[in-house]
Design a protein around this ligand. Structure first.
Ligand code: 1CP
Length: 333
């Protein structure tokens, strides 16, 4: 069993201090990442295991307590048979969006692990490089958020709703296939040595309670129950339905900035919370503002059952000095 600080904290054990990492810590805000990434096609870059490993390991020099693998939530549907390109401004865009039941049939719900062999190789490479010093976080997008990219609507929730209303069989079938494939994908990466995983349902926070129950919650429950053996983190960007997230099956719930961390801890003493420093402070504040925000978060987090993180990913315009301040303050320096 892994005894990394982050893993112990995620299990709810008493720890010397809360661990810290950040969503999109390997990203465009970091000049070293941009140098390695150098404008190549995203998916081709990702298949270059050596370069993807370098990108993954970029945040290590800032002293984070965990390393998240560099790939994307669309990597899995790509492996299922749906090629994507990363378009500037639009995010991941499928070459041929899913529209019909015939399109759906081309999406393999049980892709052979070789179809994402480069992610497995990346995990192996990163683990070897880290030599057990830091834990490695694997992840998957949850079916709802991934489906929005497969049909080409992304965070335009109104367009997603229209598609679901007009093509209910395609929509439900798509969520189903993604659910099955996600369990297989995460189980493979756990068997390969991932220390933790995070399930990202970034856009599910915009759903009504009824939609959330069937498009998000049902699939979270199933995936979290199907892929076990390591601590599981559930993330919904500014997820409003804490009661639902708390019962989905994850040990760790990532908290948005509109929730009070101390109150959430009182209400759910058996959960571990991740978050909830506002990424906006890193994007727009000074290093002193960042330090103050992190200290307030650490105090609200109470020292245990808490992983310091943001409400959402580090924005590409975040100054390096602010990311440094974020890690430094979380480590109490
Ligand atoms: O050229 C680039 O490098 C573009 C930026 C980028 C990066 C760094 C994309 C395109 N994907 C990634 C890697 C990535 N994606 C990681 C690993 C790196 C890390 O976190 O440090 C992870 C965890 C993701 C997950 C991801 N991709 C999510 C869920 C998390 C979140 O931020 O909400 C989502 C929604 C995506 C879609 C996506 N991928 C990329 C873009 C530009 C987008 C659209 C995001 C948006 O519209 O806000």
């Amino acid at each position: 069993m892994s005894d990394h600080l982050l893993v112990r904290a995620a299990r709810g054990e008493a720890v010397e201090r809360p661990p810290v990492w950040a969503m999109r810590q390997a990203g465009r805000w970091d000049p070293e990442f941009r140098r390695i990434r150098a404008g190549q096609d995203f998916y081709a870059f990702n298949e270059d295991v050596e370069r993807a490993a370098q990108a993954t390991l970029c945040p290590r020099r800032f002293g984070v307590d965990a390393i998240i693998l560099f790939y994307d939530i669309t990597t899995l549907p790509f492996a299922m048979g749906l090629p994507f390109a990363l378009k500037t401004g639009a995010g991941p865009t499928p070459d041929r969006p899913i529209r019909t039941l015939d399109d759906l049939k081309r999406l393999n719900p049980d892709p052979h692990p070789d179809s994402y062999g480069y992610i497995r190789a990346l995990l192996k490479r990163v683990k070897a490089e880290l030599g057990g010093v830091l834990p490695v976080i694997a992840f998957a997008g949850a079916p709802f958020t991934v489906a929005t990219y497969c049909i080409g609507t992304g965070k335009d929730v109104a367009a997603t709703r229209r598609f679901a209303a007009e093509q209910p069989a395609v929509w439900e079938g798509l969520l189903e296939r993604l659910s099955v494939a996600t369990v297989g994908f995460l189980r493979t990466l756990i068997a390969d040595g991932a220390d933790v995983y995070q399930l990202f349902d970034s856009w599910a926070g915009m759903l009504t309670p009824t939609e959330y129950n069937s498009w998000a919650q049902a699939h979270h429950t199933r995936i979290l129950a199907g892929a076990t053996g390591v601590p599981r983190i559930l993330f919904v960007k500014e997820g409003p339905y804490l009661d639902k997230m708390a019962t989905a099956g994850a040990e760790v719930v990532s908290l948005g900035s509109r929730h009070d961390l101390a109150a959430a801890r009182r209400e759910y003493p058996d959960l571990v919370f991740q978050g909830n420093v506002a990424e906006e402070v890193l994007r727009t504040g000074s290093p002193a503002d960042v330090e103050a925000a992190v200290r307030a978060c650490v105090a609200a987090g109470g020292g245990t059952r808490h992983i310091v993180n943001l409400n959402h990913g580090v924005d590409k315009s975040t100054p390096v000095a602010n990311f440094e301040a974020y890690v430094r303050a979380a480590k109490g320096a």
